[in-house]
Design a protein around this ligand. Sequence first.
Ligand code: ZN
Length: 95
Amino acid sequence: MKLKIGAHKYKLRFTDIRAQLDSNDCGDVDKEKGFVNIDETLMKSEQVASIIHEVFHIVNSELNHELLESLSQQWTAFLMDNKLLKVEKLLKEEG
Ligand SMILES: [Zn+2]
């Protein structure tokens, strides 16, 4: 799916990104081509947390990484627990 994040339009892409990264990250942002890449092998709740994690990277490049990850996990739980997120729509690549 397409995500408008700040002033930018990104496309979500589910791929084996963990195999391509040196770090233990579960996703990354391709600011040149406009993709948010999320690892396709993660369970759905971790894919959601990874999307939110990458969104935080885009909107706040200065945030401490441990804090960013903690906020990502907390917001994922809050949004999912209270059914405030259309998870199936979010995890679709198209549309
Ligand atoms: Zn990160």
